[in-house]
Design a protein around this ligand. Structure first.
Ligand code: NDP
Ligand SMILES: O=CC(=O)O
Length: 293
């Protein structure tokens, strides 16, 4: 396949670009903080000086940016994607954003003759490293078909969900559920501890029953040790709760559980936990500050 552009070398983007390199793809990368491209360069990537430069060089470019503001910035700002996107080129935004942001980008790219696919992912740092993401794409079907060889490396399953916005909405619903679960899990760990039970035994019991899941299994032991090295930063989980609640507003869906979870994530952010893993919301329920990160 032709050289693939990759914008955004954060936790996810770096792992995904590395994975493409490992599988023999030629990759051209860009990151706002340029030094984060160094490791990729050592592994054979070329480095572009701007999003526009990467788009100019590559037929297909992937973006993995933090939030709607960042996703819009790489498209619309100076030296952004719109300066070079044209007929025959495609942009694939894998960031988690709302449907409105995605539609804005899609319209602008299409107006320049380019094609657009949104493709947010489910799965965190480790699945990104291992090529085990779940890819939730929507938009241009031709672009989806063309980029599938790369998706097959990045993910274990790719969905095509139809018109732009459907991928974004699906991702927000999934993360709304995940954020709410993390809150219930944290409350349960505190309740076990305060009522004289062993949180470790709780993990064993949970893992054998109907609500066993990879998230409890993976995050539980480190949470009990107050260890929150970021795989999925808490500030991004709170962004996803906020965007999911807005989707609930638009559709008049009452979401009291998600609203309460959002408050806990907001509180965690306000106490300086935003850059830690989203499981650090546990500290809010314990009513303590983390002793280690
Ligand atoms: N981490 C995870 O487990 C998962 C994350 N996601 C989603 O993927 C996306 C990326 O997440 P993750 O990699 O964890 O996030 P990080 O915070 O690690 O990385 C964010 C990236 O966005 C860039 N960025 C931020 N603001 C701007 C801006 N204004 N202009 C240009 N670039 C900008 C950062 O650049 P710089 O280095 O210069 O700050 C960095 O490359 C998010 O939408 C997140 O919700 C989805 C699934 C899992
Ligand atoms: O968006 C986060 C994830 O783990 O999926």
């Amino acid at each position: 396949m032709e050289e693939i552009g990759f914008l955004g070398m954060g936790i996810m983007g770096k792992a995904m670009a590395m994975n493409l390199l490992r599988h023999g793809f030629k990759v051209s990368v860009w990151n706002r903080t340029l030094s984060k491209c160094d490791e990729l360069k050592e592994h054979g990537a070329s480095v572009g000086e701007s999003p526009a430069a990467v788009i100019k060089k590559c037929k297909y470019t992937i973006g993995m940016l933090s939030d709607p503001a960042a996703a819009l910035s790489v498209v619309f700002d100076k030296d952004g994607i719109l300066e070079e996107i044209c007929s025959g080129k495609g942009y694939i935004d894998m960031s988690t954003v709302d449907a409105e942001t995605s539609s804005k980008i899609s319209e602008a790219v299409k107006k320049k003759g380019g094609s657009f696919l949104e493709a947010p992912v489910s799965g965190s740092k480790k699945p990104a490293e291992d090529g085990q993401l779940v890819i939730l794409s929507a938009g241009d079907k031709g672009l989806y078909d063309a980029i599938l060889p790369a998706f097959d490396v990045l993910g274990k399953k790719s969905f095509f969900l139809g018109e732009v916005g459907n991928g974004a909405k699906m991702k927000l619903v999934v993360n709304m559920i995940m954020g709410s679960m993390m809150n219930a899990f944290s409350e349960g760990l505190v309740l076990a501890d305060k009522s004289g039970l062993s949180p470790n035994t709780l993990l064993d019991v949970l893992d054998l029953g109907a609500i066993a899941n990879p998230m409890f299994k993976m995050k539980g032991p480190s949470m009990i040790q107050n260890s929150y090295s970021p795989a999925f930063p808490l500030k991004h989980q709170q962004k996803d709760m906020r965007l999911a609640l807005a989707l609930g507003d638009e559709n008049a869906v009452s979401m009291p559980v998600a609203a309460a979870a959002n408050e806990a994530f907001k509180k965690a952010r306000s106490t300086g936990l935003g850059d830690l893993d989203f499981s650090a919301v546990y500290e809010i329920f314990k009513g303590t500050e983390p002793s280690s990160a």
